[in-house]
Ligand binder design. Sequence first.
Ligand SMILES: Cc1cc2nc3c(=O)[nH]c(=O)nc-3n(C[C@H](O)[C@H](O)[C@H](O)COP(=O)(O)O)c2cc1C
Length: 168
Amino acid sequence: MFKKLECFDLPRDIIGELSRNWALLSAGNPESFNMMTVSWGSFGFIWGSPSLTVFVRPQRFTMSFMEKSQNFALSFFPPEFKESLALCGSKSGRDIDKLAQSKLNAWFTPSGTPAFKEAKLVIEAQKIYQQDIDLKSFIDESLPAKWYPGGDFHKAFTGRICGIWTKD
Ligand SMILES: Cc1cc2nc3c(=O)[nH]c(=O)nc-3n(C[C@H](O)[C@H](O)[C@H](O)COP(=O)(O)O)c2cc1C
């Protein structure tokens, strides 16, 4: 169903895709996993590999799956799934069965990382670095007041891109 691309073959407008159309961040294994909507992230090249960084606030249910899992995935969807993404970005997997309610179907990469059959693009990454966003490190001091009035600083997870799957 999916065809695998080279790890450098990200779509040109990947930042626009993420920020405007959003993605599902998923982690765990076939027995137990969770997903949440994200619109923040970084794509780049570091420590010898194409890389991906996602930012997760501590209160997210997805956080514990991100901490326990070696790999994580970002899934991008056609426009008709925006409602599913809105649900996964407003409800917690602690409270509802997001897979059932979003009408998405799980698909697992060969390493068992959860993603979704309905996705048009899946990017899998292997965690290599994690760090809490730090108040003292802001140069633009207006940002923490705007984004962290409650002090719930994101944790940044950087992964080495280890798989890109598409249907195009
Ligand atoms: C468009 C959009 C983008 C979001 N981006 C992020 C993000 O980058 N990081 C984050 O921690 N939460 C983000 N969220 C919020 C989580 O998706 C939301 O709190 C979700 O319900 C968490 O689910 P969970 O508790 O099952 O992990 C976003 C929500 C929306 C709607």
